[in-house]
Design a protein. Structure first.
Length: 379
């Protein structure tokens, strides 16, 4: 059976409608439904044109290898009709594609339940597997099969070229999605800005800081601070890092304090990013924004479990890591200071530490830093 997902969107063609179903990752695995139809438009358009040129009733494209179930990439015409029809035709096409010889541009397979009609199947070597293109003919005579195969063969170089470009784009999109997911799970605000300070990308933590509107802001597309002086320093740091067309080295990272109302300022470190071709203005800078007042309990609590601390011991550790004295932590826990001191002795034994400063240092070193929405736990 093919692995099939719901269509990303109906293709725009009154003659041979089609669905672009599932793009591939760099290793040939499915990477999920397309986020926009335009990303699959080139291959969809070529498939529809080919189906029209050879007078096929439908066309489908699948990727497969020896170890995975086939993945349906595109279905057009009769192959994109109601779900049960598409499943049936897909099964026929994939069975017909079994044992395809890549050296042969087109091979016919008869439909199982019809004396006329057939499936014209060809294959293209793909990264880690094979892309199989199957054209459906519900009714076609023996004499018409050779011209249809010849027409499909003439289209094959175009299909191959488009398929390679398409696969390259999908691999790039896969890497981009992976990188985006990686930076979105960071508890550090990360922004990518161009030479003019215009924001090109902001991860989830940075967007939350911007939404708070205190310290870090977006003025139109410009990354700005709460005060004009902060904005000017931030822009000057970006210009310094990028230089006059020559980005600064990786060791040069100026830090700008972005003041907040009644709170410690955010700290923004600016580093050079990717540099485009000379003269094309592709220079970019990366801004890492740190919040010195972020809640440490969510990252310290999992570390407490790692060292086998009880819930009450973990709470005391979190309060100490948050900067409270032992007396203030005892008051927050509504216990006597002597009781808190007894808890602390047990914590020292379990963590092999001797001083509060050493305990806090160990907890912060053992913490796994992720975005606020991602709770970590040791297993």
């Amino acid at each position: 059976m093919a692995t099939i997902v719901q269509p990303a969107g109906r293709a725009r063609d009154r003659h041979v409608p089609g669905h672009a179903l599932l793009p591939l990752a760099a290793d040939g695995a499915a990477i999920g439904p397309a986020q926009d139809e335009d990303g699959l438009a080139p291959v969809a358009a070529v498939m529809r044109e080919m189906a029209t040129a050879i007078a096929a009733d439908g066309v489908l494209v699948a990727w497969h290898d020896r170890d995975r179930a086939p993945v349906l990439l595109f279905a057009g015409g009769a192959c994109a009709e109601e779900r049960h029809t598409r499943d049936e035709i897909t099964d026929r096409a994939l069975r017909a594609a079994t044992g395809i010889d890549p050296a042969m541009p087109g091979q016919w397979r008869a439909l199982e339940d019809a004396s006329t009609g057939g499936l014209l199947t060809t294959s293209i070597a793909a990264h880690g597997g094979t892309v199989t293109i199957t054209s459906l003919f519900r009714r076609i005579g023996i004499a018409a099969r050779s011209p249809a195969r010849d027409a499909a063969t003439r289209w094959l170089p175009i299909v191959q070229a488009v398929s390679r470009l398409w696969a390259g784009r999908l691999r790039a999109l896969t890497r981009l999605r992976g990188l985006t997911a990686a930076v979105n799970t960071s508890d550090v605000g990360i922004l990518l800005v161009d030479r003019d300070g215009q924001c090109v990308f902001a991860n989830a933590t940075a967007e939350a800081m911007i939404a708070a509107g205190d310290g870090l802001r977006r003025n139109g597309g410009l990354v700005a601070g709460r005060r004009l002086a902060d904005t000017l320093r931030l822009q000057a740091a970006i210009e310094h890092v990028l230089g006059a067309g020559e980005p600064a080295g990786p060791g040069d990272a100026p830090v700008v304090a972005l003041t907040r109302e009644g709170r410690r300022p955010l700290l923004a470190a600016i580093m050079s990013g990717e540099t485009g071709p000379a003269g094309q203005g592709g220079e970019s800078a990366v801004i890492y924004v740190f919040d010195p007042e972020q809640d440490l309990r969510r990252v310290v609590e999992p570390a407490c479990k790692l060292y086998g601390l009880s819930p009450v011991e973990a709470r005391l550790t979190c309060l100490l890591a948050d900067g409270l004295s032992l007396n203030a932590a005892a008051a927050a826990m509504h216990v006597r200071e002597q009781t808190a001191r007894s808890y602390l002795k047990q914590i020292f034994l379990k963590t092999d530490t001797n001083r509060q400063a050493e305990l806090v240092w160990l907890m912060l070193k053992s913490a796994v830093r992720t975005a606020p929405g991602c709770r970590t736990h040791y297993v």
